[in-house]
Design a protein around this ligand. Structure first.
Ligand code: UT7
Length: 326
């Protein structure tokens, strides 16, 4: 049976590091609180000239190089982001132009922190159905531009970065075994940016009231995330007939160490079988999984034939998982 296989990964992190100690000088917080409540020590912040497509381009070039294919060999470009270069056009179209290619479809996917899994699902469906053979999937975020640097409940959590994968059609046994995506819009207001869309266009007042920044009801989101992810990972493995002890690596969305630890515990996995980048990257929304995946590949933590489980939860609310036989 035809399915999709990841043939190359890449990532990019901006140079500037913002530590918890730097944040102590900006808002009423402490390194101790941030580490204990989230597991984050530092995060990267994009340069003034860098937008989502610039980060996406760097990650994509690396993924294409690792895959050994040229941009012109791609059939589709998908970019998962909630911090696009601009509202119109899509960051995927800008990325296509930067890659020096034309005519293939390119579009963005907005599923917040689950964006990469959503994009993977779209790519997987196009490949399984025989429509496309090679797809570039990118998660790219410059969250620092939509972060309220005066709001200690959100600004200590977020970071910038991008990760990319190239997927190719395969008839072999390895590749994406299943991808599941879900949403519950009834809780849309747990995590949102109130202004800047058609509901509340930009005015002097929206700017003064800081309504163009991410608002999150953290504690409520946390509880739903733990409950949902614990169920999701168990169901995903069961559905595919894979036992937790057969799993080589869990690559979770990096939002909070306590959420990740609870999910791993539910599967009976030690943290040595969990990919953690949160301490160095913070929460980079749609970029967090492809960033962690690329690090896992490049540091030799994934071997041929390994079962890898990806999972994410975020604004929407949205959530999803992907099981891969590498
Ligand atoms: O990316 C996908 C979606 N997002 C998530 O999955 C994130 C989910 N949420 C979380 O990770 C956690 O809820 C947070 C890390 C955001 C917060 O941790 P918490 O344990 O849920 O704390 P809390 O919001 O209940 O706040 C506890 C206390 C409060 O003080 P009082 O009311 O107890 O006096 C906050 O005001 O901590 C205070 N607080 C802070 N203190 C120091 C909140 N932010 C900070 C801060 N520094 N940065």
């Amino acid at each position: 049976m035809v399915h999709a296989k990841i043939i190359g990964t890449g990532s990019y992190l901006p140079k500037k590091v913002l530590t918890n100690f730097d944040l102590e000088k900006m808002v009423d917080t402490s390194d101790e609180w941030i580490r204990e409540r989230t597991g984050i020590r530092e995060r990267r912040i994009a340069d003034k000239q860098e937008a989502a497509s610039d980060l996406a381009l760097m990650a994509s070039k690396e993924a294409l190089k690792a895959a050994g294919i040229k941009p012109k060999e791609l059939d589709l470009i998908l970019v998962a982001t909630v911090s696009p270069d601009m509202i119109l056009p899509s960051t995927a179209c800008i990325l296509q132009h930067k890659l020096g290619i034309k005519n293939i479809p390119a579009f963005d996917i907005n599923a917040a922190c689950s964006g990469f899994i959503y994009a993977l699902s779209v790519a997987d469906s196009f490949i399984r159905s025989g429509v496309y053979s090679r797809v570039l999937v990118v998660g790219a975020e410059v969250l620092s531009r939509i972060t309220d640097w005066k709001d200690r409940t959100t600004c200590v959590l977020l970071g910038d970065g991008a990760g990319a994968v190239v997927l190719e059609k395969t008839k072999g046994k390895r590749g994406i075994l299943s991808v599941n995506i879900y949403a519950d819009g009834s809780m849309w207001d747990l995590l949102h940016v109130p202004a800047g869309g058609s509901r509340m266009p930009a005015t002097k007042e929206t700017v003064q009231k800081r309504l163009h920044f991410i608002k999150m009801r953290g504690n409520e989101t946390f509880k739903v995330a733990v409950r949902t992810l614990e169920r999701l990972v168990v169901d995903t493995l069961k559905e595919n007939g894979v036992k937790p002890d057969e799993l080589s690596l869990l690559i979770p969305h990096q939002a909070n160490h306590r959420i990740i630890a609870a999910t791993a515990k539910r599967l009976g996995l030690g943290l040595d079988r969990v990919m953690l980048t949160l301490d160095r990257h913070g929460n980079t929304s749609a970029a967090s999984i492809p960033l962690a995946l690329d690090e896992a590949v490049r540091t030799g933590r994934i071997k041929e034939g390994d079962y890898i489980l990806l999972e994410a939860f975020g604004g929407g609310l949205t959530w999803g998982s992907a099981l891969i036989k590498w």
